[in-house]
Design a protein around this ligand. Structure first.
Ligand SMILES: [Zn+2]
Length: 570
């Protein structure tokens, strides 16, 4: 490819929003352009990389026995409704209507469509496992698309689906995908941490995410030196015991002229933060009020709360709602007696973190302004409707697995995920196979995703320097970046033209043949674009009887004769 003819050139100016290195460098080097927020065009250079990533994924995924196919982008909304996924995806789901007013969603993932497809073949136990995958455009109406290709509203994803007779058989494919993902990451030169994760809107039970640690990561993962790793929605920790004798004292009401923060409570009563109740009110998509109770020194993790309560979307209650509907007071909310005072018809539940049971004689509000309660005790003074772990892990908390070491939080990007879905779709959609004894039996499902654009961005995040991208050989858009200097000299242009022709027979070569560009600009562009090997042919190099050879990742420059160049393996 002649650089002079390449569509999409390097540029010095990029938008100020491009704070992530991958965002800035992919724009500057001419791999991508933005169409609108969260929607990017892959220019020829970008598409070449994407295709190479796809091919590596294809090769490794097919080792699990997966077969490639493709389903339509528009999914009939009824299918999503059958599995209640329209609710789970909520506002992230894109909807369109056709001329007959039939409603569709633009595929965000394809579990329902793939299961519907499998059902059409009425599989028997002999037909399972079925293991199918596709590469296709996915749509998610992200509230805040950020970081260029790291979080977009439209992206190509490899999504694979497995259909098995039971969980035991499913585990074999799950493990095969695990291995495939390890292989893919290795070939993309990405180092991954596998974490336990929450299934979120996909549904099912335990899953794993393959995370790549980088400062631009939007996810936090908790890691322990014992090998335990989980994302924040899943991470558990030891809720340390506090020095208390466990003797319950009588509930007491005291005047409390204070502000509304936790610190105000500590200051007024002179008691530890952990002994204070933290009362936070959420409202879910069905207008159900969820009062959460947690130890004062902990915070609520909203995903853990969603899983425990079955809520799909949560927001904080407003001060007006706390006053007019809960008949309480902001900063003075209490579980004690709140249910008795609710506005009639209010949907309400009380959720307690399991840490509440460890602490006796807690203190906190009373649902009235400037009055606090002392010696609040669970069971005696209030009863939760649901109890469980809703606490957010913090850096330095004790690991629940080894109970010895501290957890450390690091930022990471999710590179891929594998989901153990179980019956989350086959239950509501009647996805059955015919068992050996002839009875219709629920299909056990798994799904497995990798976003191509995000993989590309993650590779750039972990493979760049101040001058530009440093592509791993396996996915570089070209093998060689050939630069011709002094091209007005017929000897040089002849020599470099010959080398280009000859190299191109075996390799992909980007030839910078521009006549009116300075050597400095050509070198800077080569560093920015990041092809692993740079070759320079100039009057000077020819006088040295050869070609300047430099690897992008090393400063050393060597002179090779054309014979050496073609004899070397790359
Ligand atoms: Zn540990």
């Amino acid at each position: 490819m002649l650089y002079s003819k390449l569509f999409g050139k390097t540029t010095k100016t990029v938008s100020r929003d491009a704070t992530a290195a991958s965002h800035r460098l992919l724009l500057q080097a001419g791999f991508i352009r933005q169409l609108s927020a969260g929607r990017y065009t892959l220019l020829p250079l970008g598409l070449k990389v994407a295709k190479k990533i796809e091919q590596i994924i294809r090769e490794e995924v097919e080792k699990t026995g997966a077969q490639e196919l493709i389903v339509p982008t528009l999914h009939p909304i009824e299918l999503w409704q059958q599995a209640n996924r329209d609710q789970k995806f909520g506002s992230a789901m894109m909807r369109v209507t056709d001329r007959n007013n039939a409603e569709f969603t633009l595929g965000a993932t394809a579990e329902v469509v793939m299961l519907d497809l499998v059902k059409q073949f009425s599989p028997s136990y002999k037909d399972l496992p079925i293991n199918i995958y596709q590469f296709s455009q996915k749509f998610r109406d992200e509230a805040r698309p950020t970081g260029g290709l790291l979080r977009t509203r439209e992206f190509v994803m490899k999504d694979a689906y497995s259909f098995d007779i039971d969980e035991k058989e499913h585990q074999k494919i799950y493990q095969a995908y695990w291995q495939a993902y390890k292989n893919i990451a290795k070939r993309l030169d990405l180092s991954t941490v596998v974490v336990e994760s929450d299934n979120g809107a996909i549904g099912g039970t335990i899953s794993h995410e393959f995370m790549v640690e980088t400062d631009v990561g939007e996810d936090l993962i908790a890691k322990c030196s014992c090998g335990y790793a989980a994302n924040l929605e899943r991470a558990t920790f030891v809720k340390d015991k506090k020095p208390q004798d466990g003797q319950m004292k009588p509930l007491q009401e005291v005047e409390a002229v204070r502000g509304s923060t936790m610190a105000d409570g500590v200051k007024l009563h002179g008691l530890p933060l952990w002994q204070q109740t933290k009362d936070v009110v959420f409202v879910d998509e069905n207008n159900r009020f969820i009062l959460t109770l947690i130890r004062g020194d902990f915070n609520v993790n909203e995903t853990k709360l969603k899983n425990l309560t079955g809520a799909n979307e949560l927001r904080h209650a407003t001060d007006e709602e706390i006053i007019n509907i809960l008949h309480s007071y902001p900063g003075f909310i209490s579980p004690v007696g709140i249910k008795e005072g609710l506005k009639e018809g209010t949907s309400f539940i009380l959720v307690a973190d399991d840490s509440m049971r460890q602490i006796t004689n807690m203190y906190g509000g009373s649902n009235r302004k400037n009055i606090d309660l002392l010696n609040i005790n669970i069971d005696r003074d209030w009863q939760p409707d649901i109890e469980g772990d809703i606490a957010q892990v913090e850096d330095g908390y004790l690991c629940a697995k080894c109970q010895k070491n501290q957890l450390h939080l690091t930022k990471a990007v999710e590179f891929g995920n594998i989901f153990n879905i179980g019956f989350a779709y086959s239950d509501p959609m009647n996805g059955n196979y015919i068992a050996k004894d002839g009875t219709p039996t629920k299909i056990y499902m798994g799904s497995y995703g990798i976003g191509i654009g995000r993989a590309m961005a993650t590779i750039v995040e972990t493979h760049h320097d101040t001058k530009g991208i440093i592509w791993p050989k396996s996915i570089s858009p070209f093998h060689f970046h050939l630069i011709g200097l002094d091209l007005d000299d017929p000897n040089v242009s002849q020599a470099v033209g010959d080398i280009y022709q000859k190299l191109s027979q075996k390799f992909e070569v980007l030839f910078d043949d521009r006549l009116s560009t300075t050597p400095g600009e050509k070198f800077a562009d080569a560093d920015l674009i990041g092809i692993p090997i740079r070759l320079v042919v100039s009057r000077k190099s020819l006088q040295a009887r050869g070609i300047e050879y430099k690897e992008r990742s090393h400063p050393e420059i060597r002179i090779l004769s054309p014979t050496d160049l073609f004899a070397q393996s790359y």
